[in-house]
Design a binder for this molecule. Structure first.
Ligand SMILES: *Cc1c(COP(=O)(O)O)cnc(C)c1O
Length: 295
């Protein structure tokens, strides 16, 4: 299997008319370039869970949905590190596997399908001896995940940026950035979920300094988690055409859309130097109908 190319990570300056007009600079950290399918931030979040598993001679158990970037990343990371893993998947086993599930299975993740009810309660199947597993919460949420995400800051000089922005699901990546990036740089999360206001507290719980400031913006979910509309798809195609940067419809497209919209609305003061994270997730686009995207 293809390994990860951290040296491919670049910072791409976006030649944006609206940014120029508002005298802002907009760049994207291309964490998506480390691997074709395994998303950028997930591998970072997994790093110290994997290390713990190797040290304690354990395997990995985690949770996710049928299109989860976290499931694919866990399957791949375990395979690369010679660990076994169990993925507990939300919902009954489908007759036809999604691209995500198929890929995870090919990488030898043991898939266990549970009802939505059981999934919500995060019960571990009785057949699993939990002593043999490092349990990784859905999306890698936790202090260990945030510690891994903090390593993302080593790929740019945070003091050069006035604002750092990322798409937010569990908030683990955002917490990592808050913990390790320059204190005066503003950290902003664009929530990929609808009205998930509790994420603020969940991020706070992962902070090494709980007085650190950050903001989570809830206006760019496009109807909810993994929901999309023509405006978002058109934006993704136009963004690719102009900048040659592919995005995913669950997270990064909503984040980049938000950055441009916030610039347009004067959210950023003149002279702002904005860095948005491309957190990967491109494998999720396989769930869209063929031909929806031009990339
Ligand atoms: C999971 C994911 C996120 C959200 O990360 P959190 O640490 O859960 O907030 C953002 N972008 C992409 C592409 C993801 O796959």
């Amino acid at each position: 299997m293809q390994s990860l190319n951290y040296c491919n990570i670049s910072i791409d300056r976006i030649d944006s008319v609206i940014a120029k007009e508002k005298k802002c600079d907009f760049s994207i950290l291309r964490l998506d370039k480390t691997h074709e399918e395994i998303s950028g931030n997930k591998i970072f979040k997994l790093k110290y869970y994997l290390q713990k598993a190797i040290e304690e001679k354990k395997d990995i158990l985690t949770w996710g949905g049928a299109f989860s970037n976290h499931i694919v990343a866990t399957a791949a990371a375990c395979k690369m590190n010679g660990l076994k893993c169990i993925g507990i998947i939300r919902g009954e086993e489908p007759a036809e596997y999604s691209h995500t599930l198929h890929h995870a299975k090919m990488m030898e993740m043991q898939l266990q399908f549970v009802s939505r009810q059981n999934y919500r309660q995060k019960t571990i199947p009785a057949s699993v001896n939990t002593n043999n597993y490092i349990i990784v919460k859905e999306g890698g949420y936790g202090k260990i995940g945030a510690k891994g995400a903090a390593d993302i800051c080593s790929f740019f000089k945070s003091e050069n940026y006035s604002h750092i922005i990322c798409a937010t699901g569990t908030g683990t990546t955002l917490a990592g950035l808050i913990n390790s990036c320059n204190g005066s740089t503003k950290k902003i999360g664009i929530s990929a979920l609808k009205n998930n206001k509790s994420v603020f507290t969940e991020v706070k719980a992962l902070l090494t300094d709980t007085t650190s400031e950050f903001e989570i913006i809830h206006d760019y979910h496009f109807g909810g988690y993994a929901k999309h509309n023509t405006a978002l798809i058109d934006f993704m195609n136009a963004f690719y055409k102009k900048h040659f940067i592919p995005s995913d419809f669950v997270y990064t497209a909503k984040c980049f859309y938000a950055v441009e919209d916030l610039i347009r609305n004067g959210y950023f003061p003149e002279g702002s130097n904005i860095l948005a994270l491309h957190t990967g997730g491109l494998q999720g686009n396989f769930s869209l109908n063929k031909g929806t995207l031009m990339f």
